[in-house]
Design a protein around this ligand. Structure first.
Ligand code: HEM
Ligand code: HEM
Ligand SMILES: [Fe+2]
Length: 505
């Protein structure tokens, strides 16, 4: 290329950069958020929240593609196959929720420890490294969809374990980033002050980061492989994540409703004890049919049946606390999402989980759309909701702690986003439950789990219409998410009244 040609390319590159910068400035002016309202830890937190929302969006897009393929199996065939869409859908979910949780912890860290965050620079570097790695992993998922199952594939392309398919290089990176995060949390509390909430949080993060390692080793025996994989999947969502949201809820209830620390802390201890007491051996409900010894039928059935108890306790706790404070708070959308969390967690995990957790029932429901029904309501109800509540807490602070209520300007947006998202997910849940019922009857009970039975169940009108309804409610969910993002970018922009003044009135 001649020098002139190169200059031309550089000039157009500069031109494009300038254009992007101009657009960014326009966007920032439109959003009009003032970062001077945030502490350093909170600035780091909102970076995590931003990526979380982007990945949430990606999750739903790929969910819609996968749902379309249930109805038109040839849609995007060999361009973007179902297995790829499904993988990106659920990996994006796990990662956005982790981003959200890390953001929540960075957000409350300085407030709870009463000091400045210790390793801010390191935290920022970790954020960019993690985000770069996530982008690269997703690009590789999309660009290298098929290939040989070699050791190099395991290291560079895909590890093949549902929900945590990231290749091993990324696994190691994730562990390093988690260690930096952990250091930041512990060092900051040690420099400032410890509290009951801080102690529970720290112990929980040890378990959360440690368990991830159980999903990193290749095993030739599929039973062994699944045995360890569930240590991450089940023990994360039914033990460490539940405790983590317990911590986040405890802190939010103090900030949002002014509940006394002694009350939330006592509840937190009780819930942690119940959660670990039932959830650790509850792991056995995934060991029924994978080739593990038969005693898991008894252990898994018994302990997992106890798992709803802490979830019931949490609902009682939430209702009790909000009742005794007569809903006096200056952030209605956040509170609405916290209520959605309390009930979503109880129904999605507690009720929908309990329905198929006894081996006598699971024999018929295992691996049907029943599981997907539970999976959607539980992940959304327990973890999407609490993250969204926190996004609203964060945006309120970012705007300078303005009042956010059902009477504010454009309040219809957050109300409709709340309604559409919840109706969408509940609608999908019911559609999937109907499909799951039908599969359990036709494929399992009537046709005795045969290959032919599998196809009769898939071709049954109840199954096929359920897939159409799931698609429809998926679209409702999608609409809710778009509205939510719009609302998060604009809520409180024109509000001048402060939340604190309203409450003390
Ligand atoms: C927030 C907490 C929970 C979340 C996010 C969650 C999510 C999930 C997901 C996504 C699956 C499907 C896994 C797969 O791909 O195979 C699953 C399976 C299962 N869950 Fe949960 N779950 C939660 C709590 C519970 C609780 C409390 C119970 C029992 C009381 C339960 C019982 C089960 C059972 C029995 C299965 C296996 C289904 C099968 O055999 O196919 N879950 N869960
Ligand atoms: C537009 C909305 C959505 C659509 C259309 C959608 C669609 C799908 C589809 C087609 C699958 C594959 C199911 C299969 O293999 O049979 C799936 C799996 C899954 N989705 Fe979604 N999804 C949506 C939203 C969500 C949300 C909001 C969450 C949770 C926050 C979620 C969590 C999951 C989980 C955990 C699985 C794995 C379930 C299992 O293995 O049993 N999805 N989704
Ligand atoms: Fe489980």
């Amino acid at each position: 290329m001649s020098t002139n040609g190169l200059e031309g390319v550089m000039q157009s590159g500069n031109h494009a950069c300038a254009k992007i910068r101009a657009r960014w400035t326009e966007f920032s002016q439109w959003v009009n958020l003032d970062s001077n309202n945030l502490s350093d830890g909170q600035k780091l937190a909102v970076k995590y929240f931003t990526v979380a929302v982007i990945l949430f969006f990606a999750q739903i897009v790929f969910g819609m593609l996968a749902a379309t393929q249930f109805i038109y199996p040839s849609f995007l065939y060999e361009i973007l196959d179902f297995n790829v869409n499904r993988m990106v859908h659920i990996n994006a979910m796990v990662i956005w929720m982790l981003y959200g949780f890390i953001g929540c912890v960075y957000w409350l860290l300085e407030d709870e420890s009463k000091t400045e965050i210790v390793g801010l620079k390191l935290g920022n570097i970790a954020f960019w490294v993690l985000t770069g790695a996530v982008t690269l992993v997703v690009l590789v998922y999309l660009l290298v969809q098929i290939g040989p199952g070699k050791t190099s594939s395991l290291w560079l392309i895909n590890e093949g374990r549902e929900y945590i398919e990231a290749p091993r290089w990324a696994d190691i990176g994730i562990v390093v980033v988690m260690l930096i995060f952990f250091y930041n949390v512990v060092a900051t509390f040690s420099k400032g002050q410890w509290s009951g909430i801080a102690g529970v949080l720290t112990l929980d993060l040890v378990a959360l980061a440690g368990l991830y390692v159980a999903g990193m080793f290749y095993m030739t025996n599929i039973t062994h492989d699944q045995y360890w994989w569930w240590w991450v999947i089940h023990l994360w969502v039914e033990a460490t994540w539940e405790v983590l949201v317990g911590v986040i809820m405890a802190w939010s209830l103090m900030k949002l409703l002014g509940v006394k620390r002694k009350i939330v802390q006592t509840w937190l201890y009780i819930e942690v004890a119940l959660m670990f007491g039932s959830g650790i051996l509850g792991l056995g409900h995934h060991y029924f049919w994978i080739g593990t010894p038969e005693y898991w039928l008894t252990i898994g059935g018994f302990f997992s049946a106890l798992e709803p108890i802490p979830l019931v306790a949490m609902v009682v706790h939430a209702v009790y606390d909000s009742g005794s404070h007569a809903f006096k708070n200056g952030n209605h959308p956040a509170l609405a999402w916290i209520i959605a969390h309390a009930f979503g967690n109880f129904f999605g995990a507690g009720v929908w989980g309990f329905m198929h957790t006894l081996p006598q029932i699971n024999l018929y429901t295992h691996g049907t759309q029943w599981s997907a029904s539970h999976g959607h309501l539980a992940f959304f109800g327990a973890y999407a909701t609490i993250n969204i509540a926190f996004f609203y807490l964060a945006i309120q602070h970012w705007r300078g702690n303005v009042w956010m209520s059902g009477q504010s300007e454009n309040a219809w947006r957050w109300k409709w986003a709340l309604g559409l998202l919840n109706v969408g997910v509940v609608g999908m849940t019911i559609a999937l439950l109907i499909a799951g019922y039908e599969q359990s009857f036709i494929e399992r009970a009537v046709e005795g789990s045969t290959w032919a039975g599998y196809f009769s169940a898939q071709n049954h009108p109840s199954f096929q219409s359920a897939m159409i309804w799931r698609w429809f409610f998926g679209l409702v969910t999608f609409a809710g998410l778009i509205l939510l993002i719009w609302d998060l970018l604009t809520i409180g922009k024109t509000e001048t009244r402060k939340a604190q003044e309203i409450i003390s009135e």
